[in-house]
Design a protein around this ligand. Structure first.
Ligand code: HEM
Length: 355
């Protein structure tokens, strides 16, 4: 066999092996970092005691991390720490993602206890789990053993927008192997947190009957204020993880277009109706859906790394970051002549393409 083909074959076997043999497991850090999960829990509890909105922040961070390159903490990388000076944080849908400081706090305690052992991706999954429980939602176990990714690029961020139809939104979920039922369940996360007015302003331009009339009047007043104010996604219990979101949408009190459509679309109305009268069914389904979300395209085994600082790749990995797309760096003349010991080049576009 040709040497190259042989090498490719061996690589495939090795790659498969690392994925199959190192599946995530509950209690992964048991021997490696005793107390890791309680450190996460303590810090989430401490934060929650002064800021209950952390549940919403983490749920959204978890979703935005897992739906872009998998649950690999790529959302945590700061722009200044990539070669292209841009990261997922710069993408439009991520501008209002919050909660990074809590992840930093947890990471620094874990680094002090067991250095380079607990991944940032697992910290997001565990902290979200703990914040959901504190917010009155289900308590569940979640597998760990995820590793941190080596790429964070805003061009990879492709998340559903708030004005999509149910069928359009569903495409994003089926692409990630989630069912219609999973999508409705996960959107139940809008039982907590806020949205900026600009993200549903189109629903306020004229009264079309899809929103409760009093709510329409109230939101029209609130959103008329300057500076793009925020309103609660769940108008009833906006800090509690419960099935109230589904009850509200059935009363035409969903805020985002997609949320409201879940209650009226023929394919999802039945699921919403069931969750609205059956809190236990939602609780169970929500726990399962969050566990499933945490298994999305995870990095395992020997792939990726365990970051020391969740906001930056480890120094040894820096070189492996993708270089900027050529089009964002049009060839231009150097402002200054190149240093004497480097042979002159016609433009600066060539060095950017080198590995
Ligand atoms: C079709 C899918 C989804 C769409 C279109 C969507 C859209 C949005 C939008 C527009 C906001 C307001 C952002 C802002 O004001 O800047 C938001 C907030 C939020 N989303 Fe979603 N979302 C979706 C799915 C999910 C999922 C699956 C989760 C979690 C499992 C989630 C959790 C949250 C939370 C908790 C907030 C409030 C965040 C906060 O208060 O900081 N969303 N979402």
């Amino acid at each position: 066999m040709d040497k190259k083909i042989m090498l490719l074959f061996l690589c495939c076997i090795y790659h498969q092996h690392t994925i199959v043999s190192s599946a995530l497991q509950v209690g992964f850090y048991g021997n490696k970092c005793r107390g890791a999960e309680s450190i996460v829990q303590q810090e989430v509890q401490r934060w929650f005691s002064t800021d209950r909105s952390i549940t919403a922040a983490l749920l959204r961070m978890y979703f935005h991390d897992c739906f872009v390159r998998g649950c690999d903490a790529s959302i945590l990388i700061d722009s200044k720490n990539t070669q292209i000076k841009q990261s997922e944080k710069d993408a439009g849908p991520n501008q209002s993602v919050r909660g990074y400081e809590l992840i930093d706090r947890i990471k620094s305690r874990l680094e002090a206890t067991c250095p380079m052992t607990v991944s940032c991706a697992d910290i997001i999954a565990l902290a979200t789990r703990d914040s959901v429980a504190l917010g009155g939602g289900p308590k569940y176990s979640i597998s760990t053993g995820r590793r941190d990714g080596l790429v964070s690029n805003p061009a990879d961020v492709n998340l559903p927008g708030p004005s999509l139809t149910v069928q359009e939104a569903l495409k994003f979920f089926t692409n990630k192997k989630f069912s219609l039922n999973d999508m409705v369940t996960l959107l139940g996360a809008h039982t907590v947190g806020n949205t900026h007015c600009s993200l549903f302003q189109d629903r306020l331009s004229r009264f079309d009957g899809s929103m409760d009339r009093n709510l329409f009047a109230k939101l029209s007043r609130t959103c008329a204020a300057r500076g793009d104010p925020s309103v609660s996604l769940d108008q009833s219990t906006s800090f509690i993880v419960d099935n109230e979101f589904f009850k509200q949408t059935r009363l035409k009190k969903g805020i985002l277009k997609i949320d409201q459509e879940l209650a009226s679309d023929r394919s999802t109305a039945g699921i919403v109706a069931n969750f609205s009268v059956n809190p236990k069914a939602f609780e169970q389904a929500f726990a399962n859906a969050l566990i499933k979300l945490g298994n999305t395209e995870v990095v395992e085994g020997r792939l990726g790394e365990i970051r020391k600082n969740c906001r930056a790749f480890n120094p040894s990995q820096q070189k492996r970051q993708p270089l900027p797309p050529r089009k964002s760096f049009p060839p231009r003349k150097p402002k200054r002549p190149p240093p004497r010991n480097v042979s002159p080049r016609p433009t600066f576009s060539i060095p950017f393409l080198e590995p």
